[in-house]
Design a protein around this ligand. Structure first.
Ligand SMILES: [Mg+2]
Length: 216
């Protein structure tokens, strides 16, 4: 079973919003919904220059590097103090481990933030893969295919747990069954033969995941 991190395992979005508002203040501007909309779902290589430009700064390589470092350092700090798991995530992880089912964490986020989440939650995974450790990010199937390869798991017998459209697309392109648990209100998923759509991981048991993975 392959867990996504942001918005699926842990509730990171409120902490990103807090850090973004602080960053805008530091840069002498104000955070706006338009800026949020422009960067949602993008990596920091894209998001940081967009934020700088939006706040009236020239995105020089030096300023981009400094701003990225500041944002990541602040997120590590926030994760250590305030990060909460999503409902049902810890109980499902515990039940899967007890059933002897291999579990992986497959994130689009940075290794430094994946490690901060592992430290904060104390959860153990058979494999963790960060976004800066793959060449092609979700929605490309590479992250989930790479995780299955390392685990020795057949993708068709694996289940991906995801909250975002890009993550669901990545899991399905890899040939995995998917449980979609939307985090943001604006995101909706339709059910499909090998896709369960639920409002919370608290509704999911290991037995259901076995049944889903066995579907043709
Ligand atoms: Mg996610």
């Amino acid at each position: 079973v392959l867990f996504d991190m942001d918005g699926l395992l842990v509730d990171t979005e409120p902490l990103w919003s807090l850090a973004e508002i602080e960053l805008a203040e530091h840069l002498g501007g104000a955070w706006t919904d338009a800026l949020k909309a422009a960067i949602v779902g993008t990596r920091l290589e894209v998001a940081v220059p967009t934020i700088l430009t939006g706040l009236g700064h020239l995105p020089t390589p030096e300023l981009v590097a400094e701003t990225t470092g500041r944002l990541l350092a602040r997120m590590v700090q926030l994760f250590a103090g305030e990060l909460l798991p999503r409902p049902g995530a810890v109980a499902l992880h515990t039940a899967l481990r007890a059933a002897g089912i291999p579990v992986a964490l497959v994130s689009s986020s940075y290794r430094v933030l994946v490690d901060a989440v592992l430290h904060r939650t104390g959860l153990a995974f058979d494999l963790t893969l960060a976004g800066d450790e793959v060449v092609r990010a979700k929605p490309d199937p590479e992250p989930y295919l790479a995780a299955c390869r390392v685990l020795g798991a057949e993708p068709a017998r694996a289940v991906v747990l995801e909250d975002s459209p890009a993550g669901v697309a990545s899991g399905e392109a890899a040939g995995c069954a998917v449980v979609a648990v939307p985090d943001l209100a604006a995101v909706r998923f339709d059910p499909a033969p090998r896709r369960l759509v639920v409002s919370s991981l608290a509704q999911i048991t290991p037995a259901q995941l076995r049944e889903l993975a066995a579907r043709p």
